[in-house]
Design a protein around this ligand. Structure first.
Ligand SMILES: [Zn+2]
Length: 404
């Protein structure tokens, strides 16, 4: 398992180790640094050598980037996006599985705008087309966030999904195809939340993944949340309609929660003309989508009250919301009452921990990747500052600098 982890990390950071060989030294001056773990550092300098942070030293010179007056923090991590999901050439929802040149360019564009919005790592869940995109970015052929992906998701379809042995074989096939994580659909929607996989099927999926050293992210609502938690799966995606007892069980078992506060649903409404009439989006879906937003709010409010429950940041960005991932922070703080610092940490050290990458990303500290962003404003006082990303560095390379 350890070897597997080392191999994945080696792949993820292959391009940055090339940059490191060139070993350029960069000093960033900052007046306010959120370290990604909930601490604020003031009037200091961050020293970068190659792709990594090597020191926090207020006396380091010469200064290459003066980010004083801004809020500096680790590049954000979005635990749930769909980079291959775009609007097509006709401007309408084209889904996430396209294989045309337009679809490929759309995915590359989505990766670019996501990076420009301050997200230096994302988990893109559920399309085999994520793999060539991930690899092109890792090789430095395209700009974009680091990508972890699930390749093909396991679609829960009751008995049709297969026997436990068939499910195990499916999980092994995703691993062989290059998946970093296994995505599982164990329910449909908040409107049809009934489990689509049995306890035995979920046990097989999550156990096989664990044996291969892969995490399991389970799309679940209501009772499926409990089944996935009992199966020892790593993380629940979405989760509404789960009971407090289910949430307590998650906290007790250390199961991560990746719930959403609104962006994903707001985006369907905002871009209704582009989704309407495409598969899964008949006219009658839109009033239901509107009704789901308060259900999501209520759920996250309850989740916040469960001691020890670990809530990571995942926007579920898809066509129309790529590059607007940070709106989810605003929803969390404004509509759900999440503390601004907790919102930031959920997309920094906490998200890194959920991915098993705490020693690589998610904090500003010596030894970690130089993934550093700066906001024009203070998100702790005004959460809309997350919209004003003026500096983006990933692995020691500056991709955006409109700070001055
Ligand atoms: Zn999703």
């Amino acid at each position: 398992m350890r070897l597997v982890r080392i191999f994945i990390v080696a792949l993820l950071f292959a391009s940055t180790s090339l940059a490191q060989a060139q070993s350029k030294r960069i000093v960033i001056a900052a007046s306010v640094v959120l370290d990604g773990k909930g601490q604020v550092l003031r009037n200091t300098r961050i020293v970068i050598q190659g792709s990594k942070i090597v020191a926090i030293d207020p006396k380091a010179e010469p200064v290459d980037y003066d980010l004083r007056g801004l809020t500096v923090l680790p590049g954000w991590i979005d635990s749930h996006v769909h980079l291959t999901w775009s609007f097509g050439p006709d401007g309408r929802n084209a889904g996430a599985g396209g294989t045309t040149q337009e679809a490929a360019l759309g995915a590359a564009s989505n990766a670019w705008v996501t990076l420009m919005a301050g997200f230096t790592t994302v988990q893109s869940l559920g399309s085999p087309q994520d793999i060539p995109l991930r690899d092109a970015i890792a090789k430095g052929q395209l700009p974009g966030p680091r990508i972890l992906t699930a390749a093909q998701p396991l679609m829960g379809r009751g008995a049709e999904t297969g026997t436990p042995e068939e499910i195990r074989a499916f999980v092994r096939a995703q691993k062989a195809a290059g998946a970093d994580v296994i995505k599982i659909f164990a329910a449909n929607s908040p409107r049809r939340p009934e489990p689509t996989l049995s306890q035995e099927q979920l046990n097989a999926a999550c156990d096989e993944a664990r044996k291969l050293g892969l995490r399991t992210l389970v799309h679940a609502y209501k009772d499926a949340v409990r089944l996935a938690t009992n199966a020892g799966c790593t993380q629940i995606e979405h989760g509404p309609l789960a009971s407090d007892a289910d949430l307590k069980l998650m906290a007790q078992k250390g199961t991560w929660l990746d719930a959403q506060a609104g962006l994903v649903m707001e985006n369907y409404l905002l871009n209704k003309d582009k989704f309407l009439g495409t598969p899964g989006f008949p006219e009658e879906a839109f009033p239901l989508i509107k009704e789901i937003i308060p259900i999501y709010h209520e759920f996250m409010k309850r989740a916040l009250k469960i001691p020890g429950l670990k809530l990571v940041f995942g926007s579920d960005a898809l066509a129309g919301s790529h590059g607007r991932n940070a709106e989810e922070f605003i929803d969390r703080v404004r509509d759900v009452g999440v503390e601004p610092m907790a919102a930031m940490v959920s997309a920094n050290s906490l998200a890194a921990e959920a991915m098993g990458l705490s020693d690589q990303i998610g904090s500003i500290a010596p030894g970690l990747q130089a993934d550093i962003i700066a906001l024009d404003g203070d998100p702790l006082k005004d959460i809309t500052a997350v919209r004003r990303v003026v500096f983006v560095m990933k692995g020691g390379v500056v991709y955006k600098n409109s700070a001055r």
